[in-house]
Design a protein around this ligand. Structure first.
Ligand SMILES: [Zn+2]
Length: 349
């Protein structure tokens, strides 16, 4: 089953080739057109449960660089609740366009949150093959449909609509929840999508949503320093086979692993919080923690039946079983237990 390529996939910028006559009846092409119809039909919105959200789709958008497009030839924004009519055009070629251009709103599953106001000829005639391989001429019936057809044929040439936009104010940012709003309000939309960010998308370069980047190792180390005194991990309730609730950390007596794994979880250094030293260590290794001989700040220390964080100068931080809260103490425990292992993660080195 095919699906949409990520908008940052650079193969969306490549040219798609024509299909040969013999390919038309092949099982592969049938499965591509079936997938295109399935995808076009499967995306509906709440207001129009019977109408496909997709007015158009092209094969390269779902990873097949072949000249196949799908167009809802019934799509007409001036008619509410029109009945969709999805048509496949193979090897489509524009043979005539009107001199007059029209502006329409365009959006695309291959440009993420980018929508925009695009000028194109308001009428287009194409020559193409249908699914049976018969040649046909098709003329758009309205400006919106003319845009859809040209938008989809553009995909076959590796062109996405933001490259056709003529003013920075015509490139709009629309989050998926606002899509319905955009249908009505696109002409006066004032949330803009920076053109250089579109160019980065085109180049396949993902950008952070903020200009700030978190300094993970420093935040992790600062976080550990603030732990002493906390009794946050005193209780961890689970139900047993009989449905009884049990506090597996026994009022802070056995909270060391729960405390360590919870902190690692906050920094995405383990899959989830765990209750025991054994399961915490197993999942730490899965998450990329490695044994080392010499600990550095933030390393994990394991003693017999206990674990904690290495701080510095042979000081550590761990949950104190007797007190039920986190304390700072020496590397060698009061009862004489010595550290058995140290673990470090590449992210916090
Ligand atoms: Zn598109």
């Amino acid at each position: 089953m095919r699906g949409f390529l990520d908008p940052y996939d650079k193969s969306l910028n490549l040219y798609s080739r024509e299909l040969t006559k013999s390919e038309l009846s092949s099982a592969k092409v049938k499965s591509i057109t079936d997938d295109m119809k399935r995808i076009a039909n499967g995306k509906r919105d709440k207001e129009h449960p019977n109408r496909p959200t997709l007015a158009g789709l092209s094969a390269p958008q779902i990873g097949e660089r072949l000249r196949i497009i799908l167009v809802d030839i019934a799509a007409d924004p001036s008619v509410s609740n029109f009945k969709p009519e999805l048509v496949i055009f193979i090897n489509p070629r524009v043979i005539e366009t009107s001199k007059t251009e029209t502006a329409e709103r365009e959006g695309c599953y291959s440009t993420g949150e980018i929508c925009g106001k695009v000028f194109r000829p308001g009428q287009v005639t194409i020559e193409a093959l249908n699914e049976d391989g018969d040649k046909l001429l098709y003329k758009s019936k309205n400006s919106f449909e003319s845009h859809i057809i040209q938008h989809e044929i553009d995909h076959l040439d590796g062109v996405r609509f933001p490259s056709r936009v003529r003013s920075p104010k015509h490139l709009h940012r629309v989050n998926p929840d606002d899509f319905q709003k955009y249908r009505e309000g696109w002409r006066t939309w004032n949330k803009y999508y920076p053109f250089d960010q579109w160019l980065k998308m085109y180049d396949g370069e993902k950008i952070q949503d903020s200009k700030f980047a978190r300094i993970v190792p420093k935040n992790y180390q600062c976080f550990i320093e603030t732990l002493p005194g906390s009794s946050m991990w005193r209780h961890l309730y689970v139900t047993n086979q009989n449905g009884d609730e049990i506090d597996v950390t026994e009022n802070g007596n056995k909270s060391c692993a729960y405390m360590v794994s919870s902190v690692l979880y906050i920094f995405k250094l383990i899959d989830e919080p765990h209750a025991t030293v054994k399961t915490t260590l197993e999942h730490m290794v899965e998450a990329g923690w490695e044994k080392v001989n010499k600990p550095t700040k933030g390393a994990i220390v394991r003693w017999e039946q206990h674990m904690g964080f290495y701080l510095d100068n042979d000081f550590v931080i761990s949950n104190n079983s007797d007190e039920g809260f986190v304390t700072r103490h020496g590397l060698i425990m009061n009862d004489g237990r010595r550290p058995l292992e140290f673990y470090i993660h590449p992210t916090i080195e």
